[in-house]
Design a protein around this ligand. Structure first.
Ligand SMILES: [Zn+2]
Length: 246
């Protein structure tokens, strides 16, 4: 899980030089970078993912995901997913949102990303902590993003990423009404693919060496045999209290 890819320091800003090295490792190392499609095919039809499967994701929809990260992904021919807030994409940028709207990708940039064949996922309409909302506001946050992205992509988005990684059973049910899959943030465990509404991710730390990046990946990837999903109704929702993250 990435947010910003830029040289300005910040807790979520991975320097472009590190990012390039990481992508080179993913392209040439013992990993298989999978697509959003691969993940959904695995969940829908039980087609196992390859060993050491990695999904590259970017949250929030920053302009530098398109201007800085995309050329590197192109160079190494890597698929990726970008989770965006529909409310950031309209002509009228919303007020009182947690991101500086001038740093966010605009509609043309999101379309450029989508036209490259990479996935666009939902991240709520205006990046609210969904666990704190009324039922009605929760529904609006998941529905609004769904509507904007359906218009943009010509088909419904299939993956949702919880803002701040915050969810509970009520949020999971609201998300499950519109999306077949939801991504959480880092809970220091490998993702459990039998719980597609709580798939944990590794947040790439800006200070990691390439060795640290690789160690983090290796501690989170599971053997292919362990990744076959048992998609029973009860198993879909698993709640884990998490510290809110961006
Ligand atoms: Zn976010």
């Amino acid at each position: 899980m990435y947010h910003l890819v830029q040289d300005l320091p910040g807790p979520m800003a991975v320097p472009p030089g590190h990012f390039r090295e990481q992508m080179e490792l993913l392209a040439d190392g013992p990993y298989t970078v999978v697509t959003e499609d691969d993940l959904h095919t695995m969940l829908d039809r039980g087609v196992p993912l390859p060993a050491n499967a990695v999904l590259i994701t970017f949250d929030d929809g920053y302009a530098n995901t398109v201007t800085t990260a995309l050329p590197v992904l192109d160079r190494y021919r890597l698929p990726a997913l970008m989770a965006v807030c529909g409310g950031y994409l309209g002509a009228e940028r919303p007020r009182h949102v947690p991101h500086p709207v001038q740093e966010m990708a605009d509609l043309d940039q999101i379309q450029l990303w989508a036209a490259s064949g990479r996935a666009v996922a939902a991240h709520s309409y205006t990046h609210r902590n969904l666990t704190s909302l009324s039922d009605r506001a929760l529904d609006w946050q998941t529905a609004g993003d769904h509507e904007v992205l359906t218009d943009l992509l010509g088909r419904p988005p299939r993956t949702f990423a919880y803002p701040y990684g915050a969810y509970d059973a009520r949020v999971q049910r609201a998300v499950a009404a519109r999306y077949p899959l939801a991504l959480a943030t880092d809970d220091h465990h490998p993702p459990d693919l039998s719980h597609p509404y709580a798939l944990s991710r590794i947040q790439v730390d800006p200070g990691w060496s390439l060795h640290a990046f690789r160690t983090a990946l290796d501690s989170h990837t599971a053997p292919a045999a362990a990744q076959q999903a048992a998609r029973t109704a009860d198993a879909l929702i698993r709640t884990t209290p998490e510290e809110p993250r961006r």
